[in-house]
Design a binder for this molecule. Structure first.
Ligand code: F0G
Length: 450
């Protein structure tokens, strides 16, 4: 059979609330043109993020009941540790409440003034935690990452020559770690190839530097390696994941993505002394080492999530859903970051609404247009999110796809909505900021239409 179906059936349903265009107009105005200020119940299809928005399986819900709530030595922790050991090869696993907690602990230990941390592209919270420690965060994406039309299969890759040059220029003693974000969220959810990971590892070896992976979406990355990188067609996603993690000295992970859970994170560190120090810091601020700020049931759901996420039928359906949406948008003439990545479609808003200057946030205008037309909530990743004084490479709107939540007809609806807004794109209006905080302003800024 050619048709790829959702490889699950639905056991519990959560009704969606329909709204009229007039109601949405009212809601959008009350939210001051900022979708973060819209209530969830007023959203029909929520594509704000893929984080913590997964649907859990019946086995995960069963695990919620089985969760061992022992303060120390919970069975659920040992199950999680065994699952992760099998998947990553790491012996030293710490649970945390979410990805940024892992980042905070890591950079409290190895960051600090004068240090420099390279990455293919830092996610906001990684950058913020590095900068909070006093260190500098540097992005080293390949040139193709800035071109939405380039069909390079691994636009998440790091520029290896630029890494080498940075190390030579900065001096290895000032670089506590090299990071690789897989998949590369900031660059469009684009994957990193095994070849690139190996090349970065070789540079790290030459300069005796540790390599850490921000592995939130490692399963999607492994699937895209399997489908796009020569030599990996016959390998299982689990084998590919193991090969990726074998190249690293540690990993920070938000389990809210490929962990298929609504909350949770992980910190994995190979080096025993650094791991010991991380344990102490975890106890100080998150909780004991066998729960890290989570309930036993959360650990149980996570252990089950990580066994389910490497399933080939699931990943084939997941990545095909994104490709399907990407194909429809491209066919309608809507420029997106090509090819589709692992967790989201990124629309080039500057191309979508060329009549809106960058200073008037074309991405936010499109976000408002999608909500008005169809009750779809998306997220601006452009000048508004970047903040004052920073000009990002692109003005993007991210349609992030929660895992196992929406079906084919929802994707058809989203595609139709995008096509309709595109056909009437002249009606989109730029926005001006009324009020906004200094940092991370996109979460709470209020705006008005010009
Ligand atoms: N690293 C990457 C690559 C991420 O995408 C995220 C979160 C984090 C770290 C932080 O994890 O939220 O659990 O603390 N990304 C979400 C998103 C918020 O919408 O892309 P967290």
């Amino acid at each position: 059979m050619k048709t790829i179906i959702e490889p699950f059936r639905i056991k519990a349903v959560e009704p969606l609330r329909m709204t009229t265009r007039d109601q949405r107009e009212q809601i959008l105005r009350e939210a001051r043109f900022n979708p973060f200020l819209i209530r969830g119940r007023d959203v029909l299809i929520d594509l704000l993020t893929d984080s913590g928005a997964s649907a859990m399986s019946s086995e995960q819900w069963a695990g919620i009941m089985r969760g061992d709530e022992s303060y120390a030595g919970s069975d659920s922790f040992y199950r999680l540790r065994d699952v992760l050991k099998d998947l990553t090869g790491f012996d030293n696993v710490l649970p945390t409440h979410q990805g940024r907690a892992s980042e905070r602990i890591l950079f409290d230990l190895i960051g600090g003034k004068g240090k420099v941390v390279p990455n293919n592209a830092h996610f906001d919270t990684t950058r913020a935690n590095i900068e909070h420690s006093g260190a500098e965060a540097v992005n080293l994406p390949i040139a193709e990452a800035a071109n939405p039309r380039s069909r390079h299969p691994f636009k998440g890759n790091m520029d290896v020559a630029a890494l080498e040059a940075l190390i030579v220029r900065t001096g290895r003693e000032r670089i506590p770690v090299v990071m690789m974000t897989v998949t590369n969220n900031t660059a469009g959810g684009q994957p990193v190839s095994m070849e690139n990971l190996r090349a970065v590892r070789a540079v790290c070896d030459r300069h005796r530097l540790p390599l850490f992976i921000d592995a939130c979406r490692f399963a999607e990355n492994a699937w895209l390696i399997r489908t796009r990188e020569p030599g990996y067609e016959g390998r299982t996603v689990k084998e590919i994941a193991r090969e990726m993690f074998a190249l690293a000295d540690g990993a920070t992970i938000s389990a809210k993505k490929d962990g298929l859970v609504n909350i949770g994170g992980l910190l994995m560190i190979r080096e025993p002394e650094l791991f010991r120090r991380a344990c102490n810091l975890l106890i100080l601020t998150e909780g004991f080492v066998t729960y890290g700020g989570l309930a036993g049931r959360d650990l149980e759901a996570m252990a089950q999530g990580y066994t389910e996420v490497v399933d080939h039928d699931y990943l084939a359906y997941r990545c095909r859903s994104l490709e399907y949406l990407a194909e429809r948008l491209l066919r309608a003439g809507i420029q997106i970051i090509e090819p589709a990545g692992g967790h989201a479609i990124y629309i080039d808003a500057a191309h979508f609404a060329p009549h809106i200057p960058r200073a008037l946030f074309p991405g936010q205008a499109l976000v408002c247009g999608l909500y008005r037309a169809a009750g779809i909530r998306a997220c601006e990743i452009g000048s508004l999110m970047a903040g004052p004084g920073r000009t990002p490479d692109m003005e993007l709107v991210r349609l992030a796809i929660p895992r196992r939540v929406y079906t084919q007809s929802h994707f058809d609806y989203v595609a139709e909505a995008c096509e309709e807004v595109f056909a009437r794109r002249d009606e989109l209006r730029g926005l001006r900021i009324v009020e906004a905080p200094e940092v991370l302003r996109h979460f709470t800024a209020t705006l008005e239409e010009v």
